[in-house]
Design a protein. Structure first.
Length: 471
């Protein structure tokens, strides 16, 4: 006959263990623990606890003497973690319980009062918001560095031409600087998204407690001011269930990584022998274990590859939330690893790309040569005919037949004689030839945002001014 359990036995040494008669199975502790990754939130967790403790003392829920003990204990714990001497205990599950348990051990009963009027549910929501607020600023700084790298290249190669592509086919000539400033704009939108996302991140959830708020006389506005939050959350249930702000953040990071990947793809192409448009510094390339001649563009290839994991993290977060009922569910523990991995991946990718660009040179001679073939001034000839009062669709047809003739005769448009051109339209005169030159084509694009030298110089000045960058 099984031995009858003693109902008066000492409960397990868990901070939540009063209701339980059995010790948590070791396999359960191992499966449910998150301390191996959420320990990186320790500074944010301690910052939230400090503000919460000050509020409790202000509301006379703890004494000022107890507040002093709590703040001193938290300072000591933070120093131990900073110094790498703090012992994280997996059986305490997460960063919250590790800090609180250690605090109680250090200062006694006062430490047990810290959790008054809060839950791990609103506590973790706070920690993530504090963390994302911090890393959003760090990522914005890295984006500024990357934009600066593009601006430096635009300034360095101002006036140099290259082929522009659609469908990876030569389309129209443009300036290298114009191409670099396209990425300046792209990553500028990423900065805007990060800043705008802070409006949703910078909302205080603490005070929602488990899901229904608390009956104790807390002051959430005071805590918001202490932690520099712009507002407090409006609904206690939504406060602990909400991870929209995290999805939005990872979505922004995914776009950043996708933009890095798009430029990486161009660098991989441009660094190939077939293009030979750029030279990546040897210190940013690797060789082959079997082919001695190889110089591989591993950095852009890896950045391109890492876009897959960041996109996967976004899908993981969205899928995680898909089937969750209100309010907090343990599933939400799985939100942190995709967030952390996204931050780490995008941070590393932004930093190394800016460094790579500072060590990249364009082969301007090869780029100029590449603007000669492919009939890239065909649209300029059509525009020329439009200025002669020929409808664009008719002009398009005329130039199409002219290009077909060039293909047959193995000539470029600029190589045709005037008599040959006039076979297709008697409106074509001697003034057509400047239009058919690469520089003439580039400098004709004077519309706002165009690739003409004057427009690119203006755009570059605006970009430099926005970055407070002096060439």
């Amino acid at each position: 006959m099984p031995e009858k359990k003693d109902q008066n036995q000492t409960p397990p040494a868990k901070l939540w263990g009063g209701r339980f008669a059995e010790k948590t199975a070791a396999s359960v502790e191992a499966f449910t623990a998150s301390i191996h990754y959420d320990s990186r939130l320790y500074r944010h967790d301690i910052a939230g606890s400090r503000a919460h403790a000050r509020m409790l003392a202000r509301q006379e829920l703890i004494s000022h003497n107890e507040l002093g003990l709590i703040l001193g204990g938290l300072d000591e714990i933070e120093q131990e973690i900073d110094q790498g001497v703090f012992v994280f205990r997996p059986e305490l599950e997460d960063i919250h319980m590790n800090i609180e348990k250690t605090l109680v051990e250090k200062i006694g009963p006062a430490g047990a009062k810290l959790h008054t009027a809060r839950s791990r549910n609103d506590q973790i929501a706070l920690d993530i918001r504090l963390y994302l607020r911090e890393v959003s600023g760090q990522l914005e700084g890295l984006l500024i560095n990357l934009q600066t790298a593009f601006v430096k290249l635009a300034r360095k190669y101002l006036g140099a031409v290259m082929p522009g592509y659609t469908h990876l086919q030569r389309a129209q000539p443009l300036l290298i600087s114009h191409h670099m400033l396209a990425y300046f704009e792209m990553f500028g939108r990423d900065r805007q998204r990060l800043v705008d996302g802070l409006k949703r991140i910078n909302v205080l959830p603490l005070g929602a407690a488990a899901l229904a708020g608390t009956g104790l006389p807390i002051d959430r506005e005071f805590v918001a001011r202490e932690l520099d939050f712009l507002s407090v959350s409006a609904n206690s249930m939504d406060s602990v269930a909400d991870r929209d702000f995290a999805v939005e953040f990872v979505s922004t990071c995914t776009l950043i990584q996708i933009h890095l990947s798009r430029f990486s793809e161009e660098l991989v192409l441009w660094a190939s022998e077939e293009f030979s448009f750029v030279n990546l510094a040897d210190s940013f390339c690797t060789g082959s274990s079997i082919m001695p001649q190889k110089k591989n563009p591993d950095i852009p290839e890896l950045i391109r590859g890492k876009s897959a994991r960041v996109t996967g993290n976004l899908m993981a977060l969205i899928t995680l939330l898909k089937g969750l009922p209100m309010t907090y569910n343990r599933d939400l523990q799985e939100d942190k690893e995709p967030i952390f991995d996204t931050v780490d991946t995008v941070t590393q990718s932004l930093a190394i790309m800016a460094e790579l660009l500072d060590n990249t040179e364009f082969n301007t001679g090869r780029l100029e040569e590449a603007t000669i073939g492919g009939y890239m001034t065909a649209t300029d000839l059509a525009d020329y005919l439009v200025r002669k009062n020929i409808p664009f669709r008719k002009a398009h047809e005329i130039v199409g037949r002219t290009v077909a003739y060039c293909i047959q005769k193995e000539k470029e448009l600029a190589e045709l004689e005037l008599a040959e051109l006039r076979q297709f339209s008697d409106q074509i005169e001697e003034d057509v030839f400047p239009v058919l030159s690469v520089q003439g084509s580039v400098n004709s694009r004077t519309s706002a945002g165009g690739t003409s030298a004057i427009r690119v110089a203006e755009a570059l000045a605006v970009a430099e001014n926005s970055l407070d960058f002096t060439p």
